[in-house]
Write a protein that binds this ligand. Structure first.
Ligand code: AHR
Length: 501
């Protein structure tokens, strides 16, 4: 009947290609992310480089495609040259973002090595606080140049002959934030970003540059896009299909005390993506950017659930995640899949120990509730986004942020679907309802095929994982898509259904 929730999957209706980089990570010199997280020299769980083997294994499990480094707010006073060369000569510095001491024991060459071991691409963020353009150009030369020049030779001297070919670079981090050591106005930022982008692309036209955005829909976003979404107007690289900037960043952290509000809050990220893309289009029109210049995409380079008040630890960063938070992470990922046409990259903040699904201790690693949606999405939700028709009961209460209710409905069943290059269809359904299972009429599931079912959660929304008990994990089963047409999505759960088209 009309009231039965239903999902119709349209495997032949491809909407857009999914960039694998939406499953990116982020490692900042903050709290225990680098030291004691990915790097734990002397620990029996570390390899000969001092890299934690259990962390490397986890990164490989989710096949993390790209990892952002070294911040975050940290980067605003970071001088990359402090972190290269013989370790005994590296200076210790006061660190102004998190008010610690940076030993520089881990720096560029260590991070590049870690990326190689993990099998991931580095994404470096430039210092727009105390850093200079000269330093930024030096870093790019150190990482990417093949020439017989100073910084390229310094890299060789430090033991690395071949360039690292770092493709992704960000023009600063949250430069608009009052917490920045050197906060910028939008006018100052846009001017600086434009100049740096020109110079960086002259040195290496193959790189991809991310402009520092805010929420995606602020006057900062509007202004900096208008000033910087330009093509190679000066013909500097002699190629008018080249863009000055390639991606626009958005950062959104969500958290709420009330479960449904918490789990659905990431839908604001979806609206933010849509709004930022409109600002990009507007800037392209105003600046007469030729169509031959690829449309800029969104780089959602910090996203997660974060409530610094509830999180223990000095920086309010060692969050303990509940099942409710795992559903919020699932809703974020669904939004990235639904918006894949606009998504160039996304990076969960952060990869280890700091607001992270993975927590290390001296003698082990804990996979929090939020780890499992990330694992399922990264494993199965790749390829192309496909069309879905969803009829879902709706939540009508308070939302976070409040304006989201005026713009989009909040369904209890939050869905997305993909088809992989080898023809596997995956349907992700998050039932955010705290107490209600939903029996859903499913159409479009291949007849006569066995459907693989992966479920996360289904219990109490306050469930957490501890070293003793893993309450929230992936449970596997199968379902016969031919015999039945209704599938029950359990309360407070993420379900991924998979079948060969
Ligand atoms: O990810 C933690 C911090 O949150 C980052 O350093 C900063 O960019 C953001 O404010």
């Amino acid at each position: 009947d009309d009231e039965t929730p239903s999902i119709v999957v349209h495997p032949t209706h491809k909407i857009s290609k999914i960039n694998d980089n939406i499953y990116g990570g982020f490692t900042e010199h903050m709290g225990r992310c680098i030291y004691g997280g990915i790097y734990d020299s002397g620990n029996p769980r570390s390899d000969e480089n001092g890299f934690r083997k259990d962390v490397i294994e986890a990164m490989k499990d989710i096949n993390v495609p790209v990892v952002r480094y070294p911040g975050g707010n940290f980067v605003a006073t970071y001088h990359w040259q402090d972190g290269i060369g013989p370790k005994e000569h590296r200076p210790k510095r006061p660190e102004l973002a998190w008010l610690g001491i940076e030993t520089n024991e881990f720096g560029t060459d260590e991070f590049m090595k870690w990326c190689e071991v993990v099998g991931t691409e580095p994404y470096l963020c430039l210092n727009f606080g105390t850093g200079t353009l000269d330093e930024a150009l030096g870093w790019l030369e150190y990482c990417n140049s093949k020439q017989d020049t100073h910084y390229a030779n310094l890299r060789r001297k430090n033991g690395r002959e071949e360039p690292y070919n770092v493709k992704y670079w960000a023009l600063g981090n949250e430069c608009w934030g009052p917490w920045q050591v050197a906060q910028l106005t939008k006018e100052d930022y846009a001017k600086k970003a434009y100049q740096w982008a020109k110079a960086l692309k002259l040195l290496d036209p193959t790189i991809t540059l991310t402009l520092c955005g805010e929420t995606g829909y602020s006057s900062w976003d509007y202004y900096v896009l208008k000033e910087c979404v330009k093509w190679d107007v000066h013909g500097l690289s002699g190629d008018n299909t080249k863009s000055l900037i390639d991606m626009h960043s958005i950062h959104i952290y969500t958290a709420d005390k009330e479960h449904v509000v918490n789990a659905t809050a990431p839908r604001a990220a979806e609206r933010a993506i849509e709004m930022a893309m409109s600002l990009i289009d507007l800037a392209r029109i105003e600046n007469k950017v030729p169509e031959s210049v690829p449309r800029q995409t969104i780089c959602f380079d910090e996203w997660n659930v974060w409530d610094p008040v509830r999180a223990p630890g000095e920086l309010g960063a060692e969050e303990k995640y509940t099942l409710s938070d795992a559903l919020a992470v699932s809703v974020f990922l669904n939004a990235f899949i639904r918006q894949s046409a606009s998504m160039g990259m996304a990076n969960i903040a952060q990869s280890v120990n700091v607001i992270s699904p993975l927590m290390t201790s001296k003698d082990g690693i804990l996979k929090q509730t939020t780890w499992y949606p990330l694992l399922l999405f990264s494993k199965y939700m790749r390829g192309h986004t496909i069309a879905l028709s969803v009829r879902s009961p709706e939540y009508t209460g308070r939302t976070n942020p409040a304006w989201i209710r005026n713009t989009i409905a909040t369904p209890y069943l939050d869905c997305s679907a993909t088809i992989s290059d080898d023809g596997w269809v995956s349907l992700a359904v998050v039932n955010v309802h705290e107490t209600q299972d939903y029996s859903v009429s499913l159409e479009g599931v291949a007849k006569g095929k066995e459907v693989h079912v992966y479920t996360v959660g289904g219990g109490d929304v306050n469930d957490v994982n501890t070293t003793e008990v893993e309450k929230v994990k992936v449970l596997e089963s199968t379902w016969n898509g031919e015999g039945e047409s209704e599938f029950t999505f359990k309360k407070a759960s993420l379900t991924v259904l998979r079948w060969k088209a």
